[in-house]
Design a binder for this molecule. Structure first.
Ligand SMILES: Cc1cc2nc3c(=O)[nH]c(=O)nc-3n(C[C@H](O)[C@H](O)[C@H](O)COP(=O)(O)OP(=O)(O)OC[C@H]3O[C@@H](n4cnc5c(N)ncnc54)[C@H](O)[C@@H]3O)c2cc1C
Length: 318
């Protein structure tokens, strides 16, 4: 068995460089732990396969920020009346709006309301840039010069003032923690997640070192009576898991795996939702294992967006 510390990585270069498809693939491959299959050409076929299999939560792992020019009436009739639950919208000035969402949210709108000119124009703008994201959805003829849509660059988004920035800018984090922490993390609903699958990953295989990996519990000092007890329980559980794998599938064998099991999760959320997550999960009232990783992550978020996270970092220290 292997025992490791929790860790994280903020993956923001994909967004900054407009590499949306690569970002989606990188996140999707965490489920299968097949990152070794990433190549220069692999993103498009990977995404095509994901869409074909209906695993569309993978398509949530990117953020598209649009400038939409249309009259308020047009926008109300075509967009707001459908209550697009998974998009963000702000009015910047008369006739100019910022609308953001992940590719899945725009795919769903395009499927459900293909003739609404605002939605149809958004789809056309996005599919020109990223054909694979929309190639399975029929395009209706909705020609109108009443609506203009432009995909904004990361530099333009980062130039937003604070209220627009927290609402429309997302950050993606790759977090390695135990299964108890991810179970708590996914309760935050205004975010997208992808997690290493214990159904697909067979930890008895060579690529996992033929062993189960656990996260060192923050509660017990190494060498203490409690730590030794925990260690013995993990060894026993690993032995049972590997024995079960001889005659059964990973999804059956995993039923013996405990909360301490290491897992990887991709969390993609707006800065506003990250603020909420840090306020709750870095506070002294949070589960110590959750607080441990949140306090590790917070300085990195402050470094990237001081005006957004500095006051939270101060408040959780108090
Ligand atoms: C200290 C602590 C103890 C906890 N103990 C327990 C426990 O014992 N049992 C348990 O089950 N959970 C527990 N939780 C989890 C908690 O109940 C929430 O599920 C979790 O913190 C997600 O946060 P949230 O609901 O505030 O917001 P998120 O899901 O992160 O959503 C962000 C915001 O969006 C809005 N929102 C999202 N979804 C809806 C909706 N459907 N309707 C209306 N508004 C919405 C709200 O304004 C919300 O603040 C605990 C959390 C903490 C921090």
């Amino acid at each position: 068995m292997r025992v490791i510390e929790p860790s994280f990585e903020v993956l923001d270069e994909y967004f900054k460089q407009g590499r949306i498809l690569e970002q989606i693939e990188r996140c999707g491959r965490v489920c299968y732990k097949s990152e070794d299959k990433i190549s220069k050409e692999s993103a498009v076929p990977f995404i095509r396969g994901i869409i074909k299999r209906g695993h569309e939560s993978v398509i949530e792992m990117a953020n598209l920020v649009l400038e939409v020019r249309a009259s308020e009436n047009r926008l109300y009739e075509d967009f707001f009346i459908h209550i697009p639950r998974f998009c963000q919208a702000s009015k910047v000035e008369q006739g100019r709006f910022i609308i953001s969402g992940n590719p899945r949210s725009f795919r769903d709108l395009a499927r459900r309301f293909p003739k609404a000119p605002v939605i149809c124009t958004i789809k056309k703008a996005l599919e020109t840039r990223f054909p694979v994201l929309f190639e399975d959805i029929k395009t209706e003829d909705c020609h109108t010069n009443e609506v203009e849509v432009r995909l904004l660059s990361a530099q333009e988004v980062d130039g937003f003032d604070l209220p627009l920035l927290v609402k429309h800018r997302c950050l993606l984090a790759h977090i390695t923690v135990n299964r108890a922490v991810t179970h708590e993390l996914v309760r935050h609903r205004v975010a997208s997640y992808l997690q290493e699958s214990q159904r697909y990953c067979r930890y008895g295989e060579k690529k996992f070192g033929g062993q189960v990996t656990f996260i060192r519990p923050c509660f017990f000092e190494e060498g203490s009576k409690e730590y030794q007890l925990w260690e013995r329980a993990m060894k026993d559980t690993e032995a049972a898991y590997l024995e079960l794998l001889k005659t059964t599938s990973p999804q059956a064998a995993r039923t013996v795996l405990p909360n301490s099991c290491k897992t990887e999760i991709m969390v993609h959320a707006t800065l506003e939702e990250w603020q909420h997550i840090f306020r709750l999960r870095a506070s002294k009232a949070a589960d110590p294992s959750m607080r441990q990783i949140m306090l590790m992550m917070l300085p990195e978020f402050v470094k990237r967006f001081p005006s957004v996270f500095e006051s939270i970092a101060k408040s959780v220290e108090e």
